[in-house]
Design a protein around this ligand. Structure first.
Ligand code: HEC
Ligand code: HEC
Ligand code: HEC
Ligand code: HEC
Length: 327
């Protein structure tokens, strides 16, 4: 099933209405408040991240104002371009769309309108977790996914959101605004520091070695997919195109390293898809086709991997973490 994610949806809206000056609602979002009543620990962890803390100060920062000015944007909090990555917006009582938080729960886990009730219901008000039948559990999970929940099991689609924002696939923002053209984003490093929250399993434990392998693999392939997607938006040779081309080519080197130590046909196919497309300006259709095919292959392959057969990756996985996780 193909999910239309939030950024795609916003891009469509923007294409319809031009670059809007007021932000549009993020469809189906319930806001982080709707999660905190049950997920206190996850919320506390989130409050320690830049995703949360940037909310109060971002629009006042000199750097943000400079980018906004260069792009002719008057109100950062109302500009659709800034909002799509820097804020969570919700309608207020009068129906006006207002930012309520920075990057928040649903930015990663998916708009929750259609799954928030079902994902935590073990089979009625009085039924506890331990009493839930296996049949109910699998039905609950299926319904949550159908409702658009991106579950922690589905690393590729969960982490897709990180890359969609952190690769900054936005030519004008980089060229005209002078925004950074993304970061070197390695998923283990970036997810195991301040962003980490794994309380359902007991405490905020670091990912197991097996899970780290899956995170590493998913992250490197996503970097390739999103390098190509970013490259697809290139209309001229400029700073933005140099950054996207560098990202794509570097990602190919990483995927090559992986497929040198893990002999899997899926990885070889992903590599040849990446190598088979010309990483150049004005090649949108081919670049997007390769990105889609890589995504499909990666998802199918990752469904078969729990990390136990990927020990050969251990030497490649960085031990660093971006920020500090709460205990
Ligand atoms: C009424 C309480 C409640 C609310 C509200 C709630 N959750 Fe949950 N959530 C739970 C419970 C209970 C579980 C554990 C389910 C289980 O045992 O599989 C859970 C599990 C999860 C999981 C992990 C699923 C898994 O399979 O590991 C995620 C992710 C999650 N919730 C996200 C959210 C987000 C995001 C929101 C807000 C949009 C939210 N939840 C709102 C109670 C709630
Ligand atoms: C496609 C997503 C995306 C869009 C659109 C976007 N940003 Fe960013 N921005 C990011 C990410 C991700 C970072 C964090 C950089 C990193 O990865 O370390 C960032 C960082 C920044 C920073 C430096 C960090 C800080 O908080 O001071 C500034 C300033 C900034 N953005 C301004 C803007 C402005 C102004 C707009 C709107 C004109 C905008 N951004 C639109 C994704 C985006
Ligand atoms: C909706 C866009 C968005 C998504 C999705 C997103 N991020 Fe971010 N992230 C940002 C922005 C914007 C910043 C910069 C915040 C600031 O400081 O102004 C940021 C900052 C960070 C930082 C802090 C960087 C630093 O300079 O220390 C980490 C770590 C991070 N993100 C990791 C992740 C991970 C891991 C994921 C996916 C699981 C993710 N992000 C998903 C937009 C996003
Ligand atoms: C930057 C992206 C991002 C944001 C923001 C985010 N999550 Fe998560 N969440 C993840 C990732 C990635 C995992 C998988 C962690 C793992 O198991 O490796 C996860 C796992 C979870 C889980 C299951 C693991 C556990 O035991 O905690 C729950 C529940 C959850 N998130 C709830 C929330 C809630 C509630 C919020 C907001 C307060 C939130 N998340 C904000 C990315 C995010």
């Amino acid at each position: 099933m193909k999910k239309i994610n939030i950024l795609t949806w916003l891009a469509l809206l923007m294409a319809m209405f031009g670059t809007a000056n007021t932000s549009v609602a993020q469809p189906g979002f319930q806001g982080p408040q709707s999660c905190t009543e049950c997920h206190e620990l996850e919320s506390k962890a989130w409050q320690g991240t830049h995703h949360f803390t940037s909310f109060k100060k971002f629009h006042k920062s000199k750097d943000a104002k400079k980018i906004a000015k260069a792009m002719g944007i008057k109100r950062i909090k109302k500009d659709q371009t800034c909002v799509q990555c820097h804020y969570t917006v919700m309608p207020n009582k009068k129906g006006k769309i207002k930012p309520v938080a920075g990057t928040s729960c649903e930015s990663c886990h998916g708009a929750s309108e259609k799954w928030i009730k079902v994902h935590s219901d073990y089979g009625g008000k009085k039924v506890k977790k331990a009493q839930e039948t296996a049949a109910h559990k699998s039905q609950r999970i299926l319904e949550s996914i159908a409702g658009g929940m991106i579950r922690p099991d589905d690393i590729y689609n969960l982490a897709r959101n990180c890359f969609q924002c952190h690769t900054v696939p936005h030519e004008k923002l980089v060229e005209v605004g002078g925004h950074k053209a993304g970061s070197e984003f390695e998923l283990v490093t970036w997810s195991q520091g301040e962003v980490r929250h794994t309380f359902v399993a007991g405490s905020n434990k670091a990912a197991s070695v097996e899970r780290k392998r899956v995170l590493y693999l998913a992250g490197r392939i996503l970097d390739l997919e999103y390098g190509l997607r970013g490259m697809a938006e290139v209309t001229a040779n400029n700073k933005y195109s140099a950054a996207m081309s560098k990202r794509s080519k570097q990602a190919l080197v990483y995927v090559q390293e992986i497929s040198d130590v893990i002999k899997a046909p899926a990885l070889a196919e992903i590599l040849s898809l990446g190598k088979g497309v010309k990483i150049e300006a004005n090649n949108k259709a081919n670049l997007l086709k390769a990105a889609e095919a890589i995504s499909d292959k990666a998802q199918a392959y990752l469904k078969t991997q729990d990390g136990s057969a990927l020990a050969a990756l251990d030497g490649l996985i960085p031990a660093k973490a971006k920020g500090t996780a709460v205990e």
